[in-house]
Design a protein around this ligand. Structure first.
Ligand SMILES: Nc1ncnc2c1ncn2[C@@H]1O[C@H](COP(=O)(O)OP(=O)(O)OP(=O)(O)O)[C@@H](O)[C@H]1O
Ligand SMILES: [Mg+2]
Length: 774
């Protein structure tokens, strides 16, 4: 039987069973270099070592990981850690390995050889592994369950630790359905202690987590939510001359400190990154529109201080976007983040606490700065109202949920619109009592009360301000959706891209179908969400003067207005400018190139409508943010050639010089490939336009257009972009796929190949043969 890991320096001999606090402290010192336990770490460690279940609520950066890492070092067997995000697991595993602690993770990003090695080790009589990190999706597979059973039968399963345990609760802000399935572990291994850890759990979530996991008489440990080393501040966008300058000045005046900026949308990330770069601030965007390689590089550069600022999206935990939330650096450990900015309003106090909690994990003075804008508030209100349409379901719990969403949002609005202590507001929102003397001028409202009050007065005078202290948001008149041309409607690719963040495969097919199922709510829920989103989409389209024909087909040839086209050209031109900044060696005329790219998008989607057109513009912007000089030059050159050949009006060459040899004419095959793809998408557009009652499978874009990441990586080619279906179409497709996979029905939709649908990367590789279809 596997023994506890010997202490370094030969001082082996910790007994299995009870350990004195001194012995535990010496392990802490030897492996982690810390001289004492923090907060309630020791109590949690002692609880699980004595075989008790434990629910551990400690603040962000409080050191929760230690509560299972120390037991792994002193206990016999392997500690299983269930964690929501691959990046988080990678980060912890590499940190543990660097300390000589045998840890591994199993995920789709591991090579097969690595995975085999891990499995061999687990199957051996004497595994060397002490910690094994997995996602809840993998735990749900029967193959992995069988593996755990074998390990348990040999007395080698030491502890099950569930990190970010609030994800298990439907009341938690990051609810993730697959987390629910973890509850089966309690029945399966009744004698193994379970440790649930979270930083954000209001009493309702705590109860839900404990009962969902069937924790038996657990030790409940709660530390204060207070983060005394973080200074909290709100800045009012509507009162600033230039928010970009303000944020640049903030970063510059703080020195070259490590920072995170959260934005609601990718375009905002890209824009802000460009502005920061222009101000000489080293920054990088991090969002789902970037392929996994780029994201890994951005994360690595930031973790290793090569990049000062990361500008990341924060999707909200509504119907479909919960997964991306995990990429907002939840649990990622860089201790010296000095500034966390929210460029847009978070959706709740819990999200704000989690995100701002990335600051000062080394307990050193740090800042949280929230940029509050009335427009942002209206956008978020609109989005939440529409994604909360579940309240129209008869079920009372759905009503409660939607009310909770709105009440949560109201709390963060109140945080911004009030002149009272920010710290108190945060802590009290978690149900904790606060001493009046707690803050000690460590928020702007306590430090500069007059300034904050006068700013709030000024804010009230902003035209159209519906600022209302008593009921800040929900007495406001209805929101005009025409302001909200947000990514919200074009987030389909987030869903598929985030698969690679969370997916696992040991038991490939099963894992994949589990993901497909777990990512979508139950049938009723799915339909309700689809309805809600459709309603919202309709409202949006109506507000923009679009009509939705009876057949349900979102086709309106006139729907892509000249104003939208101009705005898109501007956006592309900005993205080209940013690509120039990023790559340095691009040689093209920005305006002409933007025109070519926009025309390409327009040509492909004018018959289909605005949603597709917007998606294609967004995809092009993302493509520009992650492509190489050669890829961009190749594409622009090909476009110029196409329009010149076709005698188009806009035939001015994009490429202004080939001095660096970057602007060579693309190979014949590449041009014809591109033309073929244009034809293909036109064909697709026709199909779209002529389909009355849209058959979901028919709405899938042609299969060869889906594999965006493979293209980005150069495996398929570099010139085409994915055609992204509208929200409704995507969801219909997902629903159908889900129904198909859950019933394991063999029958196929009329004439449609089974494999049409989004793709997830199996091995983190790019070849089509290694892709699995949901
Ligand atoms: N006893 C200790 N003394 C000093 N530093 C510690 C101690 N325990 C943990 N730390 C350090 O504190 C940092 C934060 O720890 P950890 O990542 O476990 O926090 P967390 O509670 O999981 O936070 P989050 O909720 O953000 O995931 C880590 O760098 C860790 O090494
Ligand atoms: Mg953690």
């Amino acid at each position: 039987m596997k023994k506890a890991l010997p202490l370094k320096g030969g001082s082996a001999g910790l007994r299995h069973g009870t350990k004195s606090p001194k012995e535990l402290e010496s392990v802490l010192k030897q492996y982690f270099g810390y001289s004492e336990f923090r907060g309630r770490q020791l109590e949690a460690i002692e609880a699980v070592l004595s075989g008790r279940d434990c629910f551990c609520l400690m603040p962000t950066g409080g050191g929760k990981s230690m509560c299972y890492q120390i037991p792994a070092l002193v206990k016999t067997g392997v500690v299983l850690v269930i964690s929501p995000l691959i990046a988080l697991m990678e980060n912890q595993v590499s940190s543990l390995k660097s300390k000589g602690i045998p840890a591994e993770f199993l995920s789709s990003t591991q090579t097969t050889a690595n995975k085999n090695k891990i499995h061999e080790d687990l199957d051996s009589g004497n595994p060397s592994l002490k910690l094994l990190y997995v996602t809840p999706e993998l735990v749900a597979t029967s193959g992995f369950k069988a593996k755990l059973t074998k390990l348990h039968n040999r007395g080698l399963l030491g502890l099950v630790a569930i990190d970010e345990a609030h994800c298990i609760s439907t009341w938690g802000h990051d609810f993730r359905p697959s987390y629910r399935k973890i509850s089966s572990l309690r029945k399966q291994f009744p004698d193994i202690p379970i440790l649930a850890l979270t930083a954000t759990a209001v009493p309702k979530v705590q109860k839900d987590v404990i009962s969902s996991l069937s924790l038996q008489n657990p030790v409940i440990l709660k530390a204060s939510f207070n983060r005394p080393n973080i200074f909290y501040e709100v800045r009012y966008k509507d009162l600033l001359d230039d928010v970009y300058s303000d944020i640049s000045n903030l970063l510059k005046s703080s020195g070259n400190v490590c920072s995170i900026i959260y934005c609601l949308e990718r375009a905002a990330c890209d824009d802000l990154t460009m502005h920061l770069a222009q101000q000489g601030i080293s920054s990088a965007a991090y969002h789902a529109g970037l392929n996994s390689k780029v994201r890994t590089t951005v994360l690595d550069d930031w973790l290793s201080s090569r990049t000062q600022v990361v500008v990341a999206t924060v999707a909200f935990g509504g119907a479909l976007f919960i997964y991306w939330l995990y990429s907002s650096f939840q649990g990622i450990d860089r201790q010296d983040v000095r500034i966390v900015c929210h460029f847009n309003l978070p959706k709740s106090m819990e999200s704000f606490y989690q995100e701002s909690g990335r600051a000062g994990r080394d307990q050193q003075p740090s800042r949280s700065v929230l940029y509050y804008g009335l427009e942002d508030r209206r956008r978020m209100e609109f989005i939440l109202r529409n994604s909360s349409s579940r309240k129209q379901q008869p079920s009372s719990s759905s009503t409660e949920l939607s009310e909770k969403t709105l009440a949560d949002f109201s709390q963060i609005v109140d945080y911004c619109e009030s002149s009272s202590c920010r710290r108190k507001k945060i802590i009290e929102s978690f149900g904790e009592k606060v001493q009046p003397t707690l803050c000690q001028r460590t928020c702007d409202a306590c430090k500069h009360p007059n300034q904050v009050s006068s700013r709030l007065e000024d804010l009230r005078r902003v035209p159209n301000c519906r600022f209302n202290k008593i009921s800040p948001v929900f007495k406001s008149s209805s929101v005009d959706p025409k302001h909200f041309d947000t990514e919200f409607w074009n987030r389909e690719d987030d869903v598929s891209i985030s698969d690679e963040d969370i997916s696992d495969s040991d038991d490939e097919e099963e894992a994949v179908s589990n993901i497909a199922i777990s990512k979508l709510p139950s049938k009723g829920g799915f339909e309700a969400r689809l309805d809600a989103l459709e309603r919202a989409e309709n409202a949006y389209n109506q507000a923009n003067g679009q009509t939705k024909p009876q057949g349900g087909n979102l086709v309106d040839k006139k729907s892509i207005s000249q104003t939208l086209r101009d705005a898109s050209r501007k956006r592309l031109s900005g993205a080209l400018g940013q690509a120039k900044l990023r790559l340095g060696d691009l040689l093209f005329a920005e305006e002409a190139s933007a025109t070519h790219l926009e025309t390409e998008c327009f040509k492909k989607y004018q018959k289909v409508g605005k949603t597709f057109y917007n998606s294609q513009i967004a995809a092009t912007v993302r493509w520009l943010s992650s492509s190489t000089s050669d890829q961009i030059h190749g594409r622009l050159e090909a476009l110029t050639n196409q329009t010149t050949e076709a005698g188009a009006a806009t035939s001015s060459p994009c490429i202004i010089s080939d001095a660096l040899g970057k602007a060579e004419k693309p190979a014949e095959a590449t041009v014809s490939q591109e033309l073929a793809k244009t034809e293909l998408s036109d064909e697709f557009a026709k199909t779209m336009a002529s389909t009355e009652n849209m058959e979901p499978s028919r709405m899938s874009p042609p299969e060869k257009t889906i594999d965006e990441e493979a293209r980005r990586d150069g495996a398929i080619g570099t010139m085409d972009l994915p055609k992204i279906p509208s929200f409704r179409e995507f969801m219909s497709q997902k629903g159908r796929d889900r129904a198909t996979s859950s019933s394991r029905a063999e029958s196929q939709p009329r004439g449609i190949p089974r494999k049409a649908g989004p793709v997830i990367s199996k091995e983190g590789t790019t070849g089509t043969s290694k892709k699995m279809k949901l």
